[in-house]
Ligand binder design. Structure first.
Ligand code: NDP
Length: 253
């Protein structure tokens, strides 16, 4: 099998897995964090889990970039920097910011995320730096690039800001949960997920690629059911939970 065949098979696999994940997670929340429960085998602490899960997304796209240096231009460099800004944060900074004794992750889940991040790093890197490169310099002035970059950076800001609000709720270094009251939490229960989805929709637009679109689609399939489960959990756990707050999409859902 050559790389092009592997690329097409991986695109289809990500698409079909996304549909499966969407259907399953609405009924069975992934067993980590507030939905941790026994019966999922061996587990690893959350900090180590995040590093292992996200490392392939950081490394594989970088490898793809380095293997195609002869085709690389300024647009490719900017796209790589934006992708890696997210993954440096998620792989190395976010785990270090987690407070207190974090809940552990089942190794099965870590393995699934590791495989997905490898596949996703591969399809995005291969399309950007091997199949499509180089973008014309005029792409920087294209409305798709500009709007996509605005969405990406806004989504990343909302995501990181919301992650910080949550970690600050754990000042006492316990595993307790509170009602977050700042920032986009005033509008939705899971603004970190909203930011993440916005970010990858921006990426899809900015790269104008099927690989980017599938990543945005998969992120939605993965995070929308969890946002719904979080929303129901907050309402059940805290009788004083703000009634106007939505689950994921401000003012809508
Ligand atoms: P959560 O919001 O469930 O949890 C984030 C952290 O905050 C955890 O340490 C959690 O502790 C803690 N926490 C959550 N709610 C509260 C609360 N009410 N009070 C106090 N502490 C709280 O996010 P995830 O762990 O699911 O995801 C983390 C990040 O990773 C997010 O930014 C998300 O967007 C991103 N992500 C992206 C995915 C993708 O498909 N691209 C997939 C999954 C995550 P505890 O662990 O004890 O619950």
């Amino acid at each position: 099998m050559d790389l092009m065949q592997l690329y097409h098979i991986t695109l289809w696999t990500v698409f079909l897995t996304g549909i499966g994940v969407l259907a399953i997670l609405f009924f069975i929340p992934a067993p980590y964090g507030r939905f941790s429960r026994p019966g999922w085998g061996l587990r690893l602490d959350a900090r180590t889990a995040w590093i292992i899960m996200e490392l392939p997304a950081f490394g594989i796209i970088l490898a793809s970039f380095l293997l195609n240096l002869d085709k690389i231009g300024p647009v490719e460099i900017v796209l790589l920097l934006l992708w890696e800004a997210h993954y440096v944060y998620r792989t190395f900074v976010y785990p270090a910011l987690l407070r207190g004794s974090t809940r552990s992750f089942p190794i099965l889940l870590i393995l699934f995320a590791w495989v997905f991040n490898s596949a996703n790093g591969f399809i995005n890197g291969h399309w950007l730096f091997s199949i499509h490169a180089p973008f014309a310099l005029s792409w920087f002035a294209d409305p798709r690039f500009i709007l996509g970059a605005v969405m990406f950076l806004s989504g990343m800001t909302i995501n990181i800001w919301s992650d910080r609000i949550l970690t600050r709720l754990r000042k006492d270094n316990t595993r307790s949960y509170g009602i977050p009251q700042e920032g986009f939490f005033r509008l939705v229960s899971s603004p970190n997920y909203f930011g993440e989805i916005l970010e990858w929709c921006g990426w899809a637009l900015m790269t104008w690629s099927l690989a980017g679109l599938l990543f945005a689609f998969f992120t939605f399939c993965n995070l929308a059911p969890r946002a719904w489960a979080n929303f129901k959990w907050y309402r059940k756990t805290f009788p004083s939970y703000p009634v106007k707050r939505k689950a994921l999409i401000p003012f809508i859902w």
